[in-house]
Write a protein that binds this ligand. Structure first.
Ligand code: ATP
Ligand code: MG
Length: 747
């Protein structure tokens, strides 16, 4: 086959060895993912394996769909029939089918971490525990840690030290919370993310016939990013591959960055023990990056004591030196990055999508965003507060969830009195407590509400049930889009948002419309066979942060280093290279933690193909205070022969920004920081403010807005019956306003 000619000898060996266990442990950019792709193509095309019998587990769903497209290019449409996705999405599908064996209905809800935390808060409150000791976040991460190691609540209750948690003694009620949490999830017919894997393990353990069915179905199992699997995931793959032993895992111990979530590097070492016939393949040639980048990455990871020895090299050109940028403040850092992107783009004819900005924590995106926006560079942020975490979206999704699963308690709490229907918190609590105390289902209680609460509240609950029943009929008869639109309207949610004429209200209304658009898209996509609302919900519940890139606009990508795993970009900026930020303050307590941070730095560095920038700021706002920062120790660890300090840019920027910023001035090290958007006061329009007729509003006009103050119109856009104005406000930056609602005075 001609495609095999594009592989080097060890890659070829791994592709051709389709039978028996194979492990590829190799450095970044050496073609591990490529080998998996070609291997699947080879299995289908040459070995005539049925595509349905191949299961591949990837880090994101997006990675899976990209891999599918590549295989399709190599061998055609048959590629679509392989099973591919994240552990969570693949096993959620399987659990839907097998749920009854575990006592769950097949329409179970998947709780996201907000739902889980809200449930934990209720439990902590009901148990009358101190919510400062039992913080929802901490409790959830302990439960999660236990589940990832397959420790159920029973074992945890018996031995609180089972997870080797040093602080167990300070939280004596953890086991009981864990128990209550599981029982409430079960009552709500809900599973959290970790349950998807935990329950798959239970399913395979207790139902050998089911296990056997999937062992036969998946004759070939592949796992990408194997270094970041946890015990729960490891055991699932081990069980699935136990009969045929055709398992191929690829990974890089130097890129293991999820120990904090229970990922266990030991899985690599165990693998050799579990499969004595194992073929271990090493790939050492890097195809992704320039020599300077590869050498820099090597010099970084060499500082780690615990690692498997690898010699990564490349035939690529040396390329440019790594550029180090020093900024006086985080805002200036943003401007330097934006200016560099602007310049490089023009000089080298690059697209926005050739650039990525990587940071340690999501909150760092703000100063970058501001700078890119001001320079007119389109960007998108992966992760952060994503679309599906917004309140209005969660509210409407709450309706969808409750219609599909009438026991979903978290969804119930969201929607029972929103929009307001006169059912107060006390009534809601009485209803829920009624369900536990009588051990009957929530839905049953709601249908007999007069026994639990009195008067008007009970009538309102009866009306609510009638409404939910009518929604259910709609969901059963119509596709997801029609049903969703019906629910959005009839629930009163759309009207409630529509009536809120503030800018925020408008945004929320538009977001809900956007959700309906997304559902329409889902229904119209021929790849989705099941067009029901339930199927759509499942799809959304399993989106990872990294997947949320819907439209293919040409944008700069911004994300945390954790999210960037497996990806590559021509130009990469690693920003915020400061002590306490990266390495993170929380990760300096032990050698293990610090080494994990260093691996994170290695991952960041190895995303770059052509050019790499590191930047740091001397002052930065954190926790609401202006802090002085020191350059990261990681910068000092790099072999200096690969680095060049960009002084020119720094000074050039300072002077030009001094001019353009007028009174505000250049943010010097010891000077007062610039005023931030977040602290800017809303404009006071004065008592005589009168909005103008905006029918003739044109680009270039100056306007006054009652909240945002003065600004200039950048453009007018007409979309259907909506006219929108893009306005740059002096103090609030760019906003897009709907002219039928916005109050604007033409100045
Ligand atoms: P990471 O550890 O970051 O996940 P990886 O080992 O999975 O990296 P790939 O993403 O598979 O590496 O490959 C890195 C780049 O090198 C890709 O652009 C890929 O197409 C290219 N590449 C890999 N092998 C070859 C080869 N034999 N010939 C040409 N290009 C190759
Ligand atoms: Mg890869």
């Amino acid at each position: 086959m001609e495609y095999l000619a594009t592989l080097n000898p060890p890659q070829l060996e791994a592709v051709k060895k389709t039978e028996g266990p194979v492990m590829i442990i190799a450095g970044a950019g050496s073609g591990k993912t490529r080998v998996l792709t070609y291997r699947i193509a080879h299995l289908i095309h040459e070995k005539k394996v049925d595509a349905f019998q191949i299961l591949s587990l990837t880090f994101t769903n997006k990675a899976a769909s990209e891999m599918k497209q590549r295989i399709e290019k190599l061998i055609g449409l048959e590629a679509r029939n392989t099973w591919m996705g994240t552990f969570h999405s693949v096993f959620a599908k399987i659990l839907r089918v097998e749920a009854q064996k575990l006592g769950y209905p097949s329409n179970f809800t998947i709780y996201d971490s907000d739902d889980s935390k809200s449930l934990i808060r209720s439990i902590v409150k009901e148990m009358k525990l101190d919510d400062k000791v039992y913080k929802a976040n901490t409790v959830l991460s302990r439960i999660s840690g236990a589940k990832n190691r397959l420790i159920g609540w029973q074992a945890y209750l018996n031995d609180p030290y089972i997870t080797a948690d040093d602080e167990a003694a300070m939280k004596p009620k953890m086991g009981e919370i864990y128990k209550a949490y599981q029982s409430r999830l079960f009552r709500s017919s809900a599973m959290d993310f970790d349950d998807l894997l935990f329950n798959t393990n239970i399913l395979f353990r207790d139902h050998p016939d089911v296990l056997n069915k999937y062992q036969q179905r998946f004759r070939y199992v592949m796992v990408d990013e194997f270094q970041d699997t946890n015990l729960s995931q490891y055991l699932i793959t081990k069980k699935l591959a136990a009969v045929h032993q055709n398992i191929c895992v690829v990974g890089d111990d130097a890129q293991s960055i999820y120990a904090f979530r229970g990922a266990d590097i030991q899985n690599i070492l165990n693998f050799e023990k579990d499969y004595p016939d194992l073929l271990v393949v090493k790939l050492e040639q890097n195809y992704r990056s320039t020599k300077n980048i590869v050498e820099t990455a090597n010099s970084i990871i060499a500082k780690n004591k615990s690692q498997l020895k690898k010699n990564v090299w490349t035939q690529n050109d040396s390329g440019d030196l790594i550029e180090l940028m020093k900024a006086s403040s985080d805002n200036e850092e943003g401007r330097m990055v934006a200016a560099t992107i602007f310049e490089e783009k023009n000089n080298k004819q690059l697209s926005n999508s050739d650039f990525a900005i990587l940071y340690r924590t999501n909150s760092q995106s703000r100063s970058m965003e501001e700078a890119l926006r001001k320079s007119g560079i389109a960007y998108r942020i992966i992760g952060g507060l994503s679309f599906y975490q917004r309140k209005e979206i969660k509210d409407l999704m709450g309706y969808f969830r409750f219609v599909v699963n009438h026991e979903d308690e978290e969804a119930f709490k969201r929607i029972i009195n929103y929009p307001k229907r006169g059912i107060g918190n006390t009534s809601v609590e009485k209803l829920m407590v009624g369900a536990y105390e009588h051990d009957i289902s929530l839905w049953k209680v709601l249908n007999n509400s007069q026994s639990f609460i009195s008067g008007r509240g009970a009538n309102a609950v009866t009306d609510f049930c009638t409404m939910i029943n009518s929604f259910k009929m709609e969901v059963e008869r119509k596709d997801a889009f029609e049903a969703a639109t019906f629910i959005a309207k009839q629930s009163g949610l759309l009207r409630d948002l529509y009536e809120d004429k503030t800018i925020e209200g408008l945004n929320r209304y538009e977001n809900v419309q956007e959700l309906l658009n997304a559902i329409k898209e889902y229904v119209d996509n021929p790849e989705n066979e099941d067009k029901s609302l339930g199927a759509f919900l499942q799809e959304i519940a399993l989106l990872t942060d990294e997947d949320q890139n819907k439209n293919n606009q040409d944008t700069v990508t911004m994300m945390t280093i954790h999210s960037s795993k497996g990806l590559e970009f021509k130009y990469v900026f690693v920003v915020g290279m400061e002590e306490d930020l990266f390495p993170s303050q929380m990760m300096m307590q032990s050698r293990e933690d610090l080494e994990e941070e260093r691996r994170l730095f290695y991952v960041a560095t190895t995303r770059a193909m052509e050019k790499l920038y590191f930047s740091y700021a001397l002052t930065r706002y954190r926790y609401g205070r202006l802090l002085n920062c020191e350059p990261s120790r990681f910068l000092e660890e790099i072999d200096p022969t690969f680095i060049k300090v960009n002084k020119k840019l720094s000074s050039k920027l300072s002077s030009s920004f001094r001019e353009s910023e007028g009174k505000q001035g250049f943010v010097g090290l010891k000077k007062k920081p610039a005023i931030r958007n977040t602290t800017t006061k809303l404009h006071d329009p004065g008592p005589n403010f009168k909005p103008s007729n905006t029918n003739n509003l044109k680009e270039g006009m100056k306007v006054e807005h009652p909240k945002f103050g003065f600004g200039k119109v950048h453009g007018i856009e007409t979309e259907g019956t909506n006219r929108k104005a893009h306005i740059h406000f002096d103090h609030f930056g760019d906003k897009t306003l709907l002219l039928s609602f916005a109050k604007l005075r033409i100045v």
